[in-house]
Design a protein around this ligand. Structure first.
Ligand SMILES: Cc1cc2nc3c(=O)[nH]c(=O)nc-3n(C[C@H](O)[C@H](O)[C@H](O)COP(=O)(O)O)c2cc1C
Length: 374
């Protein structure tokens, strides 16, 4: 360890990695308590920056993985696995957590891996490592992040990692200053990904039409509804048990005993009320951003995820909330019509996100890192 500034040299890092690989370091992120933590305790354990002791580097690699798992991910399935080696972390897809109905081509799954990649790279930088990202050329299914020692840099985006959430609430309709929109646009574009921001009310109404069209199609799709219901956690005990999925409170909905929630879902989850909800959501937002990639490959989906995650973190740092409204880009037919409206030819609109000023909602959870490290 460089005693002057507390950063590690490559030798220090290799030693640390070897120590970890020999199993001498105890896992973090798991509570040593014998009693089960409550939802509130889990939120505190999960949504935090590192403890100072970890910042000294004793459990650095696992800590980088922990930051990666705080990324947004489709249906909160957490469809990732992490392999740690001496000076490299590899992110792999966990296809057992894919969502075949909403995401038949695994687009969202790979975008989710991109979100995790971005968090990991930002955290590595904060701990004094440049994360050099490469996507395995042959299969495009492995994301390798080589860690090269550098001066530590705690960016605004890094600071925002534990604050970010997808906030499915009504916002207050207030506009975002144009200089901040410029910052967000710049930060959200990279590697062939374009971010198109809409704030004009007429344009938002038009976008709303595509969201409603997509949502209506999805609500009529039995496989989509079943898959969604399977990932909803209606009660605190259910979310604490699984530590994944969509906690109803995180969507601004009440919690119920799980059996009752599943029954109530069938009664209350109706196309009209859902469409009305999205109308309110979009009309109360300051704007919408569409992420559009030049290519339509797994690697470009990963890059889209990275761009979204940067947008999400920077907007969080600016005091904004955001939430996905992907209905317009998930149903192929509606996606094509929406692309036509945007005038982007056969390019794919990957993700659609609204933003604005609004309240914080209860947090979603994450599984312990020992469940995702292979
Ligand atoms: C690729 C991708 C697609 C998503 N699609 C939607 C969506 O259509 N609707 C939605 O409400 N949330 C969507 N989300 C947000 C996730 O549900 C959310 O990230 C997850 O539940 C974890 O919550 P958190 O981001 O607040 O931690 C998506 C996230 C990603 C990365």
């Amino acid at each position: 360890m460089n005693s002057k500034d507390g950063t590690m040299t490559r030798q220090d890092f290799n030693k640390l990695a070897a120590t970890f690989l020999l199993g001498a370091v105890s896992p973090i992120g798991c509570s040593s308590r014998s009693t089960n933590p409550t939802y509130e305790e889990l939120v505190k354990i999960i949504w935090r920056h590192s403890d100072p002791v970890n910042e000294q580097g004793s459990e650095l690699l696992r800590e980088l993985v922990r930051y990666a798992t705080l990324a947004a991910n489709s249906h909160n399935t957490q469809p990732w696995k992490f392999r740690i080696s001496a000076n490299k972390i590899t992110i792999l897809p966990d296809f057992s957590r894919r969502c075949a109905a909403v995401d038949p081509d695994d687009h969202h799954l790979f975008a989710s891996l991109g979100c995790a990649t971005e968090n990991l790279v930002l955290a590595a930088k904060a701990f004094g490592f440049e994360g050099q990202v490469s996507v395995d050329g042959a299969s495009s299914t492995e994301i390798q992040i080589d860690l090269i020692p550098m001066e530590s840099l705690k960016t605004t985006m890094f600071q925002a990692i534990p604050e970010r959430q997808c906030t499915r609430a009504n916002y207050d309709g207030q506009p975002v200053p144009s200089d901040q929109l410029d910052v967000l646009k710049t930060i959200a574009q990279d590697n062939g990904v374009m971010a198109q921001i809409f704030t004009d009310k007429n344009e938002l109404e038009k976008i709303l039409e595509y969201v409603v069209a997509g949502n209506t199609a999805q609500m009529n799709d039995k496989a989509f509804v079943k898959e969604l219901k399977d990932w909803i956690r209606f009660s605190r005990p259910a979310v604490v048990k699984h530590r994944d999925g969509l906690f109803t409170a995180s969507s601004g909905n009440p919690t119920f005993p799980n059996w009752f929630g599943k029954m109530a879902f069938n009664i209350f989850f109706k196309t009209r009320t859902e469409n009305d909800k999205y109308r309110d959501h979009i009309r109360s937002s300051a704007g919408v951003v569409a992420f559009i990639s030049k290519e339509n490959t797994k690697e470009s989906w990963i890059n889209v995820g990275r761009c979204y995650q940067r947008f999400a973190l920077q907007s969080t740092a600016l005091g904004l909330r955001h939430a996905f409204i992907n209905q317009a880009v998930e149903v192929p037919q509606v996606r094509a019509q929406f692309a036509n409206y945007l005038g982007i030819g056969d390019q794919r609109t990957d993700l659609l996100v609204r933003f604005g000023y609004g309240p914080e909602l209860p947090r979603s959870l994450r599984r312990p890192i020992q469940q995702v490290i292979v």
